[in-house]
Ligand binder design. Structure first.
Ligand code: GLN
Length: 456
């Protein structure tokens, strides 16, 4: 059924970069044969799945949205892809994304535009916009996204989905093509909170192949979602972050987004939660800090794309030396946003500028982490809108990187602090979905699911 939907709709929606219908059907039939034979099936056996194209999949083309990886078929599976395979899920295909996950609208993909299923003239969010469009458009029941500064939560918000960024280190990064290693996390994008919890449980856990993987038990999340769905929040304290759309900080926030957000807060209160306003002054600096740290790490991570090891090699016809082939490969293989970030990051890390830019951004990151710690001494969760606006029209911000970066205002603090955060739908504004963000302390992802399920 999903393959039929893809055949009928994806020419217009552009959610996928790669679909192998035969392989998907064969995998589904193998699961069915195992069921008939009475074999022990995985917990998600037979569930079709869409993976963001940043996830390395054995033998299946993986591009990270970039020309520089065109035609690359990885020789191994990312840990999360292997876990999903072992759980019996069926891979439908790989979804479109901003090149190397840099962007907020999926318009930075080197391959195609992805449309928002709610309004085809608008963005599906980014960078996991193929994953959001696939699920919101009914082209996959569940998908995996990655979130460095908001790329699971923001696309979920603008397409009416649930999207969760796990605690940093709780889902293995092994086999995720690195953008900014101290920030990258993979997580679920689904229609319901319970689905997200089940998918999250399936991909979480310690992995010796990822040196930043946390060695702690897989969290019990579905139980928290079920409990939250009962709508009983007595004893829970909710902090509304003033700096994210509150008084004196509402510039750039659409009134319809703030109205839906405030209604959802009132709903939490009516279910017994105690609501307080909380101030986190360093959150105002999250945007500049992130746009130094993420490009700095990217400039280092992307050095491996040199025309020698993977994918594209340009101009290697015997007339050029190694340096010229490398330069030409990068010139042709990287898009404008990726080049902008490499230049920005290399500059921020260079001798003489390091302290003024990268070092300063790291100090801001510490202040943001301390703001979270202070807030969590008083409240159980922090809440905000997921994004200041609803989905904007395709093309409206492509020539203005600063306006594009502003889409991440609300999601960046949790990324910089490594704490978990979920986006759950909280109604419509002008007929388009609005997302409600719930942030919790590190390793307390269950609280995100509980509160999100109460709002569902
Ligand atoms: N929009 C942000 C960026 O462009 C976040 C991207 C992400 O989370 N991968 O960097």
């Amino acid at each position: 059924a999903y393959l039929d939907r893809i055949a009928a709709e994806d020419g217009e929606l552009g959610a996928y970069l790669h679909v192998d219908a035969d392989a998907a059907l064969a995998a589904a039939e193998a699961v069915d044969a195992a069921r008939v034979a009475g074999r022990d099936l995985g917990p998600l056996a037979g569930v079709p799945m869409a993976l963001k194209d940043v996830v390395v999949t054995e033998g299946v083309p993986t591009t990270s949205g970039s020309r520089i990886l065109e035609g690359w078929r990885p020789p191994y599976d990312a840990t999360l892809a292997a876990k999903l395979k072992a759980a019996g899920t069926v891979l439908l295909g790989k979804t479109n994304m901003d090149e190397f996950a840099m962007g907020s609208s999926t318009e930075n993909s080197a391959y195609r535009i992805t449309r928002n299923p709610w309004d085809h003239s608008r963005i599906p969010g980014g960078s996991s916009g193929g994953s959001s469009a696939a699920v919101a458009g009914g082209l996959a029941p569940w998908s995996i996204g990655t979130d460095t500064g908001g790329s699971i939560r923001q696309p979920a918000a603008v397409t009416g989905l649930v999207g969760h960024k796990p605690t940093y280190g709780s889902v293995s990064r092994y086999g995720l093509i690195a953008f900014s290693s101290s920030l990258d996390q993979a997580g679920p994008m689904t229609r319901t909170v319970l689905d997200a919890a089940l998918l999250h449980e399936a991909i979480a856990g310690h992995d010796p192949y990822d040196s930043t993987s946390i060695d702690s038990p897989v969290p019990v999340l579905a139980e928290a979602a079920r409990r939250g769905a009962e709508g009983e929040l007595a004893g829970l304290t909710v902090g509304v972050v003033r700096e994210l759309g509150g008084e004196g900080h509402a510039e750039g926030y659409e009134p319809g987004v703030l109205a839906r957000f405030q209604e959802a807060v009132a709903l939490l209160e009516s279910m017994g939660a105690e609501v307080r306003e909380v101030s986190c002054p360093a959150f105002d600096l999250a945007l500049p800090a992130y746009y130094l740290i993420a490009p700095s790490e990217a400039s280092s991570n992307l050095a491996r794309f040199d025309g020698v090891r993977y994918g594209l090699r340009a101009g290697d016809d015997g007339s050029r030396d190694l340096d010229e082939v490398m330069a030409l490969t990068r010139e042709q293989g990287f898009g404008p946003e990726v080049k902008r970030r490499i230049i920005l990051g290399a500059y921020a890390l260079s001798a003489g500028y390091y302290d003024a830019y990268y070092g300063q951004a790291q100090k801001v990151r510490t202040l943001i982490t301390r703001n979270f710690a202070a807030a969590y001494a008083d409240v159980d969760v922090l809440v905000s809108p997921t994004m200041p606006t609803v989905a904007f029209p395709l093309g409206s911000r492509v020539d203005d990187p600063i306006a594009m970066y502003a889409a991440d205002l609300c999601t960046l603090p949790a990324s910089l602090a490594g704490v978990p955060a979920i986006s759950v739908p909280c109604g419509l504004s002008e007929g388009l979905p609005v997302g409600f963000q719930v942030m919790a302390p590190a390793l307390a992802d269950d609280r995100c699911y509980r509160v999100a399920a109460a709002l569902e």
